[in-house]
Ligand binder design. Structure first.
Ligand code: ASP
Ligand code: MG
Length: 452
């Protein structure tokens, strides 16, 4: 039995938290591989470092070291501290080199921001050693996690990572050692750190689970699991005990903030069950995500909302018959890295859903497209995308009609619909002023009051 366990920044953010985590690891049966984030606040600090000129490198190194040593001072003493310091100081030299390296290198920021995990992993490995376990802190490079793609937006090469980890990490397990692996990044084809995007340690852990064919992946965070709605919007929101990969992927994508959206795919591919657990309340069972097919006649699992969005509608005669033009518009938006949350088309319009903050940039870009073709651009600000998630939702006859009539009861006008893009979610847009009412009505009707 192999368990991959991932701990986030708050779970490794203090001496007390690290001790709690070490106990959770120690109490887990079988072989385990641990993946960690940087201590909370560290990655933000490193982003600041990477983005601003460094004038006093000694001061920076000292400040960075102290952020860790204050906690380490409460965890180690005597010989244990000496052993820890030896490895710590080695990594500190590498940290200094990273900060002083060529800022023009496209991977400079990746190199600097990925430093935090090297230190949190070291701290946890030494806490476990202090408890009498064999444990080793291993960087992603040494573990064989291979990454490819653009700076700060890498993806793992699952095949290469599997062979790398089989060679380098599996033997450690066989020796009874608990490897503590750095999350957040992998090594590119030149061996340079390439990060997976902010919050990417969850994804790292899923990649590790995939690579070593783990039996289960546990993501330990600071909440009890996925909720049936945002508890700030719905008082009666309940924790979800079980759901399937598709539902979890939709909810994570919709900003449930529990799990990085990319965590699902590497484990789904190998049918590895994923548990979301609370490291501050290990007695709670959390949310189990697996290949669940529901037996009960539940309609909805959760109602999520993405707020502060705008609809940009582009009008042009018979645009539906001019796919090249639609492609040009989409490419223009892709060029400026604006996320499109939904698209819908009609004979003479294409409508996009983007974040309120991206509207100006998008309009500037669209206006720059060579003229004549676009007749008009309209913007509707302050809308929200509601995502109703439930397994096989769209296979159930009449469901959308039912849901929309509930939305009507909230007095809300549906501005845009994207049914069918995924068979576990029904997504539609309502004005911001109605979002809380709509979420509450749907939750009360299908989840809150006796439906579960
Ligand atoms: N430490 C990285 C970040 O803050 C990765 C992670 O925490 O998942 O984005
Ligand atoms: Mg996180």
């Amino acid at each position: 039995m192999i368990t991959v366990m991932k701990f986030g920044g708050t779970s490794v953010g203090s001496a007390e938290a690290l001790t709690r985590v070490a106990n959770i690891v120690a109490n887990t049966e079988g072989e385990k591989v641990v993946v960690v984030s940087a201590m909370s606040g560290i990655t933000n600090y490193l982003v600041g470092l990477a983005e601003n000129p460094v004038t006093d490198i000694d001061g920076v190194v000292e400040q960075f070291a102290n952020k860790h040593l204050i906690e380490a001072g409460q965890l180690f003493e005597g010989e244990a501290m000496d052993e820890f310091r030896a490895e710590f100081d080695e990594r500190l030299v590498a940290f200094r080199e990273a900060v002083l390296s060529d800022r023009e290198d496209p991977l400079y920021k990746d190199n600097v921001t990925s430093q935090g995990e090297r230190f949190s992993s070291l701290m946890l490995a030494h806490v476990l050693r202090g408890m009498g376990y064999r444990s080793e802190a291993i960087t992603s490079e040494a573990a064989g996690i291979c990454a490819e793609g653009h700076p700060q937006a890498g993806s793992a090469d699952l095949v290469k990572t599997a062979s790398g980890m089989t060679m380098r990490v599996k033997p450690l397990l066989a020796m009874g050692c608990i490897p503590i692996v750095t999350g957040f990044y992998g090594a590119n084809h030149e061996g340079k750190p390439l990060t997976f995007g902010r919050g990417g340690s969850d994804y790292s852990a899923a990649v590790v689970a995939n690579a070593i064919d783990a039996d289960v992946l546990e993501i330990w965070t600071d909440v009890d699991g996925f909720m049936s709605a945002d508890p700030r919007m719905v008082k009666g929101a309940i924790k979800i005990d079980e759901m399937n990969f598709g539902e979890a992927a939709e909810l994570a994508y919709f900003g449930a903030k529990v799990l990085h959206p990319r965590t699902i795919e590497p484990v789904r591919l190998k049918h590895i069950p994923l548990k979301v657990r609370n490291s501050f309340r290990p007695e709670e069972p959390g949310t189990l995500i697996h290949h669940l097919r529901r037996s009960k006649n539940e309609l909805l699992r959760s109602v999520a909302a993405k707020t502060d969005l705008s609809i940009i509608t582009i009008s042009s005669a018979e645009i539906a018959y001019r796919p090249a033009m639609v492609a040009r518009i989409i490419n223009a938006i892709a060029e400026i890295d604006v996320i499109i949350y939904s698209i819908s088309t009609s004979l003479s319009t294409v409508a996009f859903l983007v974040h309120n903050n991206d509207v100006k940039l998008t309009l500037r870009q669209l206006n720059g497209l060579n003229g004549g073709d676009i007749e008009r651009i309209d913007v509707k600000n302050d809308v929200a995308l509601i995502c109703a998630v439930g397994d096989d939702l769209l296979d159930k006859c009449g469901v959308s009609g039912d849901i929309f009539s509930a939305v009507k009861d909230a007095g809300a006008n549906v501005e845009m619909i994207s049914e069918g893009a995924s068979d576990v979610s029904l997504n539609f847009v309502v004005p911001m002023s109605k979002v809380v009412d709509v979420v509450r009505i749907l939750h009360d009707k299908y989840i809150g009051s006796g439906a579960q």
